[in-house]
Each structure stands twice: as structure tokens, then as C-alpha cells.
Design a protein around this ligand. Structure first.
Ligand SMILES: [Zn+2]
Length: 359
């Protein structure tokens, strides 16, 4: 089966790094803005608004990229707004052939109209569950797990870690920190990570995206994260020799420990973490046998989907179905759900799905 956008959409996929507030449908942003009286949107029709998000995110700076979220989070301040966005997120991922998704968002950014942290989580989970039901009815079943993010410039990370543990048996799978990385090292939130570890609870950390190796070092060595959000700057610890790359202490540790890298090719280019897709270290890291995974990050801002990210990698690095299967299994091995459930998805969905495509 040739690798095209259409055929890749048929392949079972898993995404570990997708932001709820980065994946809204432009038409939904407009409708919800109308409903809640938000009048700051930079465009008034869906196509123009979609273009605006992509262009703003293309600026090459993480700070500018993060500005786009002011508009999406503004329309996610009510029960109905959260529920709808979560429902549509599950449906959009399922329609793209994603069978397992971990979708993250920061509850503390959704309190402007009086919802409590627990209510924010409750309505969002209700939306995911509705989406899962509708997707199953449509013949495109998906499992969606929610990750709760704390903003790294703020001081609520322990509270969000506690929220994560409180909701962990009801659809929340883990914890994360995100936001401006430079100046806000992971160790600033050490108490939150210690709380998570003490509760045997899962967490990932955005690190090695806008800032380099020290951030990754802290995330894995001090904070003990299970996965790295992006982690693309791990290449700072790999000597750039095409014939025989040499790994430093941190890079070796990340590879030895099989710490998954949640790589987001389009987003990494947009934020300037890498200069271009052709220069993205995805392939170098894959060849060095790091546990690489393919992710969307922000589907709206990057105008992308899991299938599109995979197609870009296929076009850039010449990957085949067996490579896409390996990246997908890497993601499932690293998922924040119990081991038997990971195995079931790998054995019953991923492997049979790729076997058909491999012929
Ligand atoms: Zn992210």
C-alpha cells in the first residue's frame, strides 16, 4: 500500500503530546466566542481565523506561539465550551485514525468565569467521554486519556499535581508542566514532581524545546520524569558527526532509560527549536535508537494532524510502514495507562492494522 495521506489515515495511530487548547476547530472558536461574548478574535470567518493561527504560530518564537492560546483559552471558560472542545477533539483525532490519545491542558487557565479546578476537569472529561462514545458509534473507536498541565511561570504546580492524583481513576492519566521554558527550569516545580512520585503517578515534562540541555538534565535527573515533552535539544549532547555520533552523559542516560521523546516535527520547526523539517533530528534520534514518538502538539496552530505529521516524516526521511508502526508502538509502550491495556492496544489494534497495510 503506497504511503499517502489517505492511506496513513487508515493506519492506527497513537498520540502522546496533543494540547486541547491547541486543537480547536476554527469554526468552534468563532461560535463559542459569539456565545460567551469574547470579541478579541483577530478574524471573523473560519478560514481566515485558521490562517491567522497558523501564521502567528509560524513566527519562529515560542513566546509568540504561546500568544495564540489567549484566544483559544478565552472560549474555554464555561462548562459547555470545555465540553464541546473536548468532544470535538476526541472526534477529530478518531476521524484521523488515532486509536489512543493523551490530550493535555492546563486547568488553571480556565478559571476566568468562575469554574473551580475540579469542575474544569469534570466538564472536560465529560466531553472526552462523549467524543469517545460518538466515535465508537461512527466506527472509529478511540481511547482518550487526559493529562493535566501546570504552567511553569505560575506557582500552582503542586495543586495541579494533587488534582491529577484526585482524578486519576476517572480519565486523567498524568501530569505535565508547560509554558515559557527559558527562565523557568523544571526544578522550580520539584515539590509537584516529588508529590507525583510519592503517589506512584505518571508525569512528563516539556523540556528541551525552547531551552537546551540543562532543562533536559533537570527534568530527568532531578525531577525524574518518565517522558520528555519534545526533548529535541537532546542533540546538544550528541556530537554532530554523521558517521559516528557520540553521546554525552545525559543523552546516554535518556537512551539507556528508554525515556520517550515526544517529538512534534511541525511544531518544533514553528517554534524555532529546529531550523527546518529537513534538519529535524528525528531521523538521527530514530537511527540512534532513542525511543522516538510522533506527535501533533497543536493541531490548530500547526494546521496539522497525526497523519500529516507522519506523511511529512515519510516525505522527508523516506520512512515506510514498518517505521510508522515502530513509532506507534513506541508511543503505546510509553502510554500512561496500565501495562495490560497498552499491550491490548498494541496486539489487537496496532499490529493487525499495520499488517494489513504492509500486505
Ligand atoms: Zn507541548
Amino acid at each position: 500500500m503506497p504511503l499517502t495521506l489517505a492511506s496513513i489515515r487508515q493506519a492506527p495511530k497513537a498520540v502522546l503530546h496533543d494540547h486541547l487548547d491547541g486543537g480547536l476547530r476554527p469554526a468552534t472558536v468563532l461560535e463559542l466566542a459569539g456565545q460567551c461574548g469574547y470579541d478579541q478574535l483577530p478574524a471573523q470567518d473560519a478560514a481566515a481565523l485558521g490562517n491567522w493561527f497558523r501564521d502567528a504560530a509560524d513566527s519562529g518564537s515560542l513566546e509568540r506561539y504561546l500568544e495564540t492560546f489567549a484566544h483559544t483559552t478565552a472560549v474555554m471558560q464555561t462548562a459547555e465550551g470545555l465540553r464541546r472542545v473536548a468532544r470535538e477533539c476526541a472526534l477529530d483525532l478518531a476521524e484521523d485514525g488515532v486509536v489512543y490519545a493523551e490530550v493535555r491542558f492546563a486547568p488553571e487557565q480556565h478559571l476566568q468565569r468562575g469554574l473551580t479546578l475540579d469542575e474544569v476537569v469534570e466538564h472536560t472529561l465529560a466531553g472526552f467521554h462523549e467524543g469517545e462514545r460518538l466515535a465508537a458509534d461512527a466506527g472509529t473507536p478511540i481511547r482518550v486519556v487526559c493529562l493535566l498541565t501546570a504552567m511553569r511561570h505560575a506557582a500552582r504546580s503542586l495543586e495541579i499535581a494533587e488534582l491529577t492524583v484526585r482524578w486519576r481513576d476517572r480519565g486523567v492519566g498524568g501530569f505535565d508542566i508547560a509554558g515559557a521554558e527559558a527562565g523557568y527550569p523544571p526544578s522550580r516545580h520539584l515539590d509537584a514532581f516529588e508529590y507525583m512520585r510519592a503517589n506512584c503517578a505518571h508525569f512528563t515534562i516539556h523540556a528541551g524545546e525552547a531551552f537546551g540541555l540543562p532543562s533536559i538534565h533537570e527534568a530527568v535527573a532531578f525531577c525524574g520524569c518518565e517522558r520528555l515533552g519534545h526533548g529535541v535539544r537532546i542533540t546538544d549532547d550528541i556530537t554532530d558527526s554523521e558517521s559516528e555520533p557520540k553521546l554525552g552523559l545525559v543523552a546516554n542516560y535518556v537512551r539507556d532509560q528508554r525515556i520517550p521523546l515526544e517529538l512534534c516535527p511541525s511544531s518544533n520547526v514553528q517554534t524555532g527549536a529546529v531550523p527546518s523539517l529537513e534538519k529535524h533530528p528525528f531521523d538521527l534520534l530514530a537511527r540512534l535508537r532513542f525511543r522516538v514518538t510522533v506527535n501533533t502538539d497543536n493541531r490548530l496552530m500547526s494546521d496539522t494532524s497525526m497523519s500529516r505529521e507522519m506523511l511529512k516524516l515519510v516525505d522527508t526521511f523516506g520512512y515506510g510502514w514498518s517505521d510508522l508502526e515502530r513509532f506507534t508502538i513506541n508511543a503505546m509502550k510509553s502510554a500512561f495507562i496500565p501495562f495490560p491495556e497498552r499491550l491490548r492496544i498494541i496486539d489487537e489494534l496496532i499490529k493487525p492494522g499495520y499488517a494489513v497495510l504492509l500486505g
